[in-house]
Design a protein around this ligand. Sequence first.
Ligand code: G4P
Length: 525
Amino acid sequence: MNQQELQQEVAKRRTFAIISHPDAGKTTITEQMLLFGGVIRSAGTVKGKKTGNYATSDWMEIEKKRGISVTSSVMEFDYQGKHVNILDTPGHEDFSEDTYRTLMAVDAAVMVIDSAKGIEAQTKKLFKVVKKRGIPIFTFMNKLDRDGREPLDLIGELEDLLKIEGCAMNWPMGSGKTLKGLYDIYHNRIELYRPQANESQFLPLDATGKLAATEELTQDSIYQQTLDEIELIKGAGNTFDPDKIARGEQTPIFFGSALTNFGVQTFLDEFLKLAPAPSTHEMQDGANLPASDPQFSGFVFKIQANMNPKHRDRIAFVRIGSGEFDKGMDVTLQRTAKTLRLNNATEFMSAQREQVKTAVAGDIVGLYDTGNFQIGDTLYSGKPERKYPALPQFTPEIFMEVTAKNVMKQKSFHKGMQQLVQEGAVQLYRNYQTGDYILGAVGQLQFEVFKFRMQNEYNTEVVMKPIGSRIARWIDPQQLDPTMSSARNLLVKDMSEQPLFLFENRFAENWFKDKYPQVKLTAKL
Ligand code: G4P
């Protein structure tokens, strides 16, 4: 591909993740998007995952044979001249640090909110990570076909809890049984929920934002009420500001119903226009590397271990930051300066089912890994050397004490632990007084993967004793006095020997703060 072609290809990329609380409708909206993109042929294909009704298309067969769930981690399709990459951020029991790290590999995020519930815990957690990155965030208020909360109330809550400006792009006309449609502020039209057979789905509005008097809908009290609400938000709401959106300071809000496929296409079309293509990446040395630089480079943001004992392979997920990836190309692994030939890239779920041949900045490639890669590794072709900044560490929330079941296995226990920790599978701490090992994670699955891999890859059975959920707060070593520690605030040190307290709960943390007001406590991301 020449430079001009590369630039054109990169400009088409839209790489994003969908964040939400479980059950808000992430799977349903993803599935609608895949339908628009021609990846799946009927709704229910992806949802079938839950019911076990799974092997409905070829890519799923491939996945089943391999016994590793990678294809749905990245979903890609072409739509209206754009090449879309959706990165999955697992919820429920699959939630892990990988979920957070995936947010380091996207250029935008979509936040799906259940309009009956508003902002929920997991959305808030994921949002925090996205906000820190300063990337654009788009909001879809879902389940409009059900009675939900007042839109103004929802936007108010979003602004208060997430500290971001909301800008309504459209506005619901009723909800649940009374849902008539969406008043589309951005396009100055009304999108009807259930148009009559002879009616178009979109009704134009005049320059003052009103329907022609002949339209039947003008007689409906919901129409009048909507006009009043629109007047209110046009007067008191935030003005649409693309610069603020680009910086992640304002979120465009779209309403709709994923299940009934209402408002999803409007959302997708606008989102793909407003969301950025890959542009530049800040490197470790502070320089900005343009995505269209011809030299291939990228970083590993996730390593997925195979939970199937018959397959011991792992997949390293690489976000391409610049240039073009070619199957079989030679690259340098920056950390070891070793040259590797990338013969084995895996396909993700897409309309084109052949093996990945070329991919460009913005795309994700999955590389079979026999133990070469670590989380955060940089890969690059040719010269000069490239290095992406380290991925941030996240504050773990659940903890386990861990020991080797068989004392004779200490050596492999330490080796396995060291490698898995380096890889970013779990975080390791040591009790400040006793030196006992404590593992920290953001999701339960991380412990299960750890246990499984210690057994399978390092032949070591581990015993884990839960300490439960804790609030981890780092403390300046200068201010540390070991007598500050108690059963309710366990003192430990991290891998870089930095001391931190694991508080039993918020109460214990506040008690500590009251007792030692001069001591500064800090969280990671
Ligand atoms: P998640 O991936 O965020 O966890 O959510 P998912 O899409 O699985 O949706 C959770 C539940 O909410 C599903 O119902 C789904 O059908 C429903 N849902 C999603 N979008 C809408 C919507 O716009 N309106 C309504 N009314 N419901 C919606 P379920 O009963 O858990 O599953 P299913 O048996 O119906 O598939």
